[in-house]
Design a protein around this ligand. Sequence first.
Ligand code: NAP
Ligand code: MG
Length: 472
Amino acid sequence: MFEYAPAPESVRPQIKEHYGLFIDGEFVDAESDFKSVNPATEEVLFTVAEADEADVAKAVAAARRAYETVWGPMSGTERGKYLFRIARLLQERAREFAVAESLDNGKPIKETRDFDVPTAAQHFFYHAGWADKLAYAGHGPDPRPLGVVGQVIPWNFPLLMLAWKIAPALACGNTVVLKPAETTPLTALMFAELCQEADLPPGVVNILPGAGAAGAAVVDSAVDKVAFTGSTAVGRAIAKAVAGSEKKVTLELGGKAANIVFDDAPIDQAVEGIVNGIFFNQGHVCCAGSRLLVQESVADDVLERLKERVATLRVGDPLDKNTDIGAINSAAQLERITALTEAGRGEGADVWQPACDLPEQGFWFRPTVFTGVQQSMRIAQEEIFGPVLSVLTFRTPDEAIAKANNTPYGLSAGVWTEKGSKILWAAERLRAGVVWANTFNRFDAASPFGGLKESGYGREGGRQGLEAYLDV
Ligand code: NAP
Ligand code: MG
C-alpha cells in the first residue's frame, strides 16, 4: 500500500473565545458557561453560555413576537428570499464551516467538506423554493404555519441536523428556538452569526446552547411544536412530556439497520457500500448499516474482501484530507462503544480490528468487525453508534427479511442484489422508513427521511417533510 504524505487543511475559521446565547437577534450572556472541546486533541476550543429555563422563556417570547409581527404575516415569496440568502452565505463560507465542524465534532474534513456543509446548504436552497409554493405541496390550498417551534438536535451531524430542522420550519412560516448538542454547538453559533449577516428579522431564529436540561426546558416551554432528533430513550421522555398538551411533536430516533447482501450481489461494490454504511462518520449515524446480513454461500468471500478494504482505512487527524475515520465525539460516547464491544466479546462473538496506530491524545476507536454474531447478542440488538459492524449470515431471502426485521428499530435498510425484482420484493417486506438498493447512506433534501417503530415518527425532507411544520 502507498503511504500518504500528510495533507492538512489550511483554512482556519475565526472561532471566538466565548459565545453567548443567540436570542432575539443578539448574543447575550447567561448565568453559567460551559466548554466545547476538540475531541481529536482534548483542547478547549471556546466557552459558551448555557441556557436555563428563564433564557428559554425569553427566547420563546422573542420567537413568538417575531412570528406574530414579522415572519408569520410575511409572504412566502419574501421568506423564500431570506432562505436563499442564508443558503448562499452558507455556500460562500462552506470551507470555514467545514473546518469548524471537524474541529468541534472530530469528523474528517473530507466528510464535512463534501457532505455535511453542501447538504446543509442544499436543504436551505430546497426549502427556499417551497416557501411560496406551499399551496401546491399537497397539504391543502392554504396551509398555515404552527407558530413557534422548539427543536433539539444531536452531535453527530450538528450543522446538517440544524438545516434539516430550521430550513423547513422557516419555509413554512414558523419561528424557531433550537438547542444544539452540548458537545457540538460551534456551527450552530456560526449559523446564528450568519442569520445576522443575512438580516434575518430578530427572533425568527434563536439558538440556545446547553445540555440535556436546556433541551428539556425547550420541550416544556410555551412552544407550539417540538421537533427532536436523538436517542430513543430521550425521545420517549419527550413524548411523555408533551402528551396531553396541544403541542405537536416529531421524533427522529435511533436505528440498527440491516445491510443485506444476497449471493448475486456485485461483491466489490457491496463491500464499498458496507464500509460506507458503517464507517462513515465513525459510525455515529442513526441509519448506519450496523448489522451486515450476508448470504452464507458468499459470506467467506465478502468477509475476506471486507477486511482487506477496512485495513486500508486511515484513522487519525480529522483535518488531514486523507483521513477516513476521525475522532469519537466525546469520552462518554467512547465509553459506550467500548462497553458494547466488550459485551460482544463476552457473549462469544469473534472480533477483528485492523492494525493501526491511534493518536495519543483525543478519543479514538479502531474500525471493528464482529463475526459469529447471534441475534440475541447485545451487539445485534442495541445501537452502538460507533465504527463497529456486527455480521450475521442467512440462507434464504425469507430468513434475511426475518432477521432484518428482528429489531425494535425501523429507520433504514440496504439491499444488495443484481435483480430488480428481488430489490422490490425485499423493500416491500423490510420494516424501515428508508431502503437503499445497491447503495447506502444517500441523502437528498427532496427525499423524505424518517423511521418506523422505535425509530420515531414524522418525516424530514421532501414534500412530505413540510407536513411537520404546517397546521394540517
Ligand atoms: P440524546 O442523548 O438523545 O441527545 C439528543 C439531544 O437531546 C441533545 O441535544 C441532548 O442534549 C438533548 N437532550 C438530552 N436529554 C434531554 C431531555 N431529557 N430532554 C430534551 N432534550 C434532551 O442523543 P445523542 O446520544 O446525543 O445522539 C445519538 C442518538 O441520536 C442516536 O440514538 C441516533 O440514532 C440518534 N439520531 C437519530 C437521527 C435520525 O434522524 N433518526 C439522526 C441523528 C441521530 P446533550 O447534548 O446535552 O446531550
Ligand atoms: Mg466539541
